[in-house]
Ligand binder design. Structure first.
Ligand code: ZN
Length: 286
């Protein structure tokens, strides 16, 4: 009986949850509604405000807002965009589903200018506007349902406890390796693609994204202290190859934007981002 209900529910959920990702146009399975997604973002934000120290140091907040506003405009989405800086020596950043972006002061050690800051922020905004968290939650839910359906089917045939344990282990490993891990890799690659296009639309040179990742690759070889951003965003040959493959598309957008901006108020000059050591020591930024 249980199996019949679950089997009937699965195609219905899949039918309900079809969405399209921006830039790539990939069909996505999202069974979470926009309100539920926003609630997840709000919940996460409350936790961040409780546990992290938000800094108002203009040496960080000004470049983060300057770059963030240009990227937000490039999305064409009217979200409740907000930009926060967390005072912590961690090279990381993230964007919640409600359009609230958080950048750690520790990231500034690794970026040379606004375009490299746009590389990281564009990637994170890419995750948010492609609803990657909602998609992951949906896939987890559906994997859970699919596993329950498979378990119910297996239960009808297994004879001993040992046999059941083996099936359970196989189903668990199968869903981890077969569905959830490739989903993470695919989302990372998609956020890279969206981020690259967003930075070009916002008039930042997309070639800076390659420089940023290649610099990170060198850091990886230097010592055992692998920066957090690299641990969560492993630099593979594939990552660089993909960026090179999307570069002509991004450069075309950048050139058009650059041409338009010549006679407009958009500033194209490179602005140096502050180095976090200097800021934390209270030294003036050059
Ligand atoms: Zn990512």
């Amino acid at each position: 009986m249980k199996r019949t209900i679950l089997s009937a529910l699965l195609p219905l959920l899949i039918l309900l949850g079809c969405a399209k990702a921006p830039v790539t146009g990939r069909t996505q399975l999202i069974v979470l509604g926009p309100q539920q997604e926003k609630a997840l973002g709000f919940q996460a934000e409350q936790e961040i405000f409780k546990t992290e120290k938000i800094t108002h140091d203009p040496r960080y907040t000004i470049p983060v807002k300057r770059v963030g506003m240009r990227l937000a405009k490039a999305t064409g989405l009217n979200l409740d965009w907000k930009f926060y800086v967390i005072e912590k020596d961690v090279p990381n950043a993230f964007c919640l589903a409600n359009g609230h972006v958080f950048v750690y002061t520790g990231l500034f050690k690794y970026i040379d200018d606004d375009a490299q800051l746009a590389t990281v922020m564009g990637h994170e905004i890419g995750h948010a506007i492609a609803h990657h968290v909602a998609e992951k939650v949906s896939v987890n839910m559906l994997t859970g349902i699919a596993t329950a359906v498979a378990t119910a089917a297996v239960n009808e045939h297994v004879k001993s406890n040992e046999e059941r344990m083996l099936y359970d282990a196989a189903l668990g490993i199968g869903s981890q390796v077969g569905i959830l891990l490739p989903y993470s890799r695919m989302q990372e690659s998609e956020a890279d693609h969206i981020g690259l296009i967003l930075m070009a639309e916002a008039c930042y040179d997309p070639r800076e994204a390659l420089k940023f990742w290649e610099k990170f690759a060198k850091l990886d070889q230097k010592g055992p202290q692998v920066p957090v951003y690299l641990r969560t965003h492993p630099l593979s040959r594939q990552r660089i190859e993909n960026l090179k493959r999307w570069m002509p598309q991004a450069l075309k957008i950048y050139d058009e934007c650059h041409e338009k901006a010549k006679n407009s108020t958009i500033s194209l000059k490179k602005v140096k981002a502050p180095k976090s050591e200097e800021a934390l020591l209270g030294k003036p930024v050059k």
